[in-house]
Structures are given as structure tokens and as C-alpha cells.
Design a protein around this ligand. Structure first.
Ligand SMILES: [Cu+2]
Length: 110
């Protein structure tokens, strides 16, 4: 969370500069009761993709991963789009920074 202000500006530039972003493979995550559903998401290795994170809770969450270096607030009853990859095959942990006890998951890139 502390790096949010530093992260936002370059992230918006990166999104604006993403050519053909609408053609990217798209995956969905839901945050409900401070838990990610699904908690394990299979994604393609070696290509860029996007994850739509929808927060169905009445409180904000922060989708975060140190493994693939993303951090973005999801307001209550709102969605964000996160661009990820290309990743090497492997397992990549993500979490909800506001509910670290319960909001945990991982990407399986293969
Ligand atoms: Cu954070």
C-alpha cells in the first residue's frame, strides 16, 4: 500500500500504451468475504494476459503480488483490470493486502 502513489502513474501509462490489450486472454477473480475465488488460477506461460478482479465485499481490498510485482486497490463492488506477464512457467503467489489472513491465492503459469 505504501508504494501506491508511486505505482499508479507508471501503471496508467503502461495500460494506455498496451497495444491490442482487448485481445489479451482474460481471467477473472472474485473477492468475496475477503477470500479469492478461485484461489488458484491457471494462466498461460510466455504471454501477456489480463486479470479482472471484482470485489464483492463492502470494504476495499488491495490485489497484490510481490511474485509478479503488482499492487492495485479494488473498491467495494468494483472491478479492476491487471495486466500480467509474460511469465515463466511456475507458481506465483498473490494476496489481498488488507486481509492477508484470508485473501490468498496463486497463479499457475503453464
Ligand atoms: Cu500493499
Amino acid at each position: 500500500m505504501k508504494r501506491l502513489l508511486i505505482v499508479i502513474a507508471p501503471l496508467m501509462l503502461a495500460i494506455a500504451g498496451t497495444a491490442g490489450a482487448s485481445d489479451l486472454p482474460e481471467y477473472s477473480l472474485v473477492v468475496k468475504n475477503h477470500v479469492y475465488q478461485p484461489s488458484e488460477l491457471k494462466v498461460p506461460a510466455g504471454t501477456k494476459f489480463k486479470i479482472i478482479v471484482h470485489n464483492e465485499d463492502a470494504t476495499p481490498e488491495e490485489f497484490e503480488s510481490t511474485d509478479f510485482n503488482r499492487e492495485k486497490i479494488v473498491f467495494p463492488n468494483s472491478s479492476i483490470t491487471v495486466y500480467v506477464g509474460p511469465l515463466h512457467a511456475g507458481s506465483y503467489v498473490f494476496f489481498g493486502d488488507f486481509h492477508r489472513d484470508t485473501a490468498n491465492g496463486r497463479l499457475i503459469a503453464e
